[in-house]
Design a protein around this ligand. Structure first.
Ligand code: SF4
Ligand code: SF4
Length: 338
């Protein structure tokens, strides 16, 4: 695997890294640990910060790391818009144009995806690492596996030093956790596969990383009135799942509705049925409405598995994610009605 070449004389920093993720996958911690290792153990100048919204799982998270030689101060404090290394923590994030924005033509793109992934890839150096599978097997999180792939792709990062940093950090909680995370890191390092993509698309320009706010002081409604209520229908939470998803077994379901009461994202899909009853003795008959669970809209399922824990009849089970998720997807609405 080739490495990023340093230093770049015409740049204020010699290495710029951006992690693109979603709340719950550990990108912020990964950025902090990488920066700690580079600064405190390798003696480089490093700046790191993350941007994220609310703490709720599923919100976008970006972590920015700038690295420079010890004698070269880092004066830039803005987000990394033209990364040398861009690590994306979930394939679903590629649907956002801003995810790949600004990736340098000579940079490296690291994606958490199986080696056999058919996802469209940008031109240039691409590293695929199945961090989700590694994390599930090692009972850890994907962030340390991705750090392994990042360390392999970039010669500035000393992999052994970074592994020692992880060991110390996780060792403060337990030796077992430290061992599992160091193993995850080395698996990410060894199982990362680099490909040179020649037929891919070009990453969007850096100014695509952020979009101008829709409302500004010239365009906002008078008085700051909110004339269109917000909603979350476009907020795909697939990337929040950490390798597992609830699987629905229709034949075991008694449609009690307990799962719907605990699901924080209303992603269970129901149909309402009018049932008319009439017996020979009751000529008028009576009618009632019954709700039936049809399945799950996985776009909005963040994999918290509360529904699985509360289902009294075993109709929801915790399963490793796979192609079955797409096959068993039940949409909450018909696209043409939105
Ligand atoms: S809690 Fe279980 S049995 Fe009840 S509606 Fe949900 S899936 Fe069906
Ligand atoms: S795992 Fe279950 S409770 Fe959690 S978001 Fe998905 S469907 Fe809802």
């Amino acid at each position: 695997m080739k490495s990023i070449k340093h230093p770049k004389e015409n740049r204020t920093t010699s290495l710029e890294i951006r992690f693109e993720s979603i709340g719950g996958l550990g990108a912020n911690l990964a950025g902090q640990l990488l920066a700690e290792s580079l600064a405190l153990r390798q003696g480089l100048n490093v700046s790191q910060f993350s941007s994220y919204g609310s703490e709720k799982k599923g919100t976008p998270v970006r972590s920015f790391i700038r690295v420079a030689p010890a004698e070269k101060p880092i004066r830039v404090t803005s987000p990394v818009t033209e990364p040398d290394v861009l690590a994306v923590f979930h394939e679903a994030l590629l649907a956002r144009r801003s995810t790949l924005a600004g990736l340098r033509a000579d940079g490296v793109f690291i994606l958490n995806a199986p080696h056999s992934s058919s996802v469209r890839l940008p031109k240039g150096r691409v590293v695929l690492v199945d961090a989700m599978a590694i994390a599930v097997q090692e009972k850890t999180r994907i962030n340390t596996a991705i750090l392994g792939a990042v360390a392999k792709a970039c010669e500035t990062i000393d992999a052994k030093t970074l592994a020692a940093t992880l060991e110390e950090h996780f060792g403060r909680r337990s030796a077992k956790l430290a061992e599992a995370n160091v193993k995850t890191f080395w698996r990410g390092y060894n199982e990362a596969l680099e490909r040179l993509i020649t037929e891919g698309f070009s990453a969007p320009p850096a100014d695509g990383a952020t979009s101008a706010p829709f409302w500004g002081y010239l365009t906002a409604p008078i008085g700051g009135a909110i004339i269109q209520a917000g909603n979350s229908v476009i907020n795909d939470l697939s990337a929040s799942r950490q390798g597992f998803a609830p699987r629905f077994h229709k034949d075991l379901c008694n449609h009690c509705g307990v799962c719907d009461m605990v699901c924080p994202d209303y992603c269970l899909v129901w149909e309402v049925e009018d049932i008319f009853h009439r017996t020979p003795a009751d000529t008028a008959g009576w009618e009632r409405r019954a709700a039936r669970l049809l399945g799950i809209d996985y776009r909005f399922c963040k994999g918290c598995l509360r529904c699985v824990e509360t289902c009294p009849s075993g109709a929801l089970t915790k399963e490793l994610e796979g192609p079955w998720v797409g096959a068993e997807q039940v949409p909450l609405w018909k696209e043409e009605t939105v």
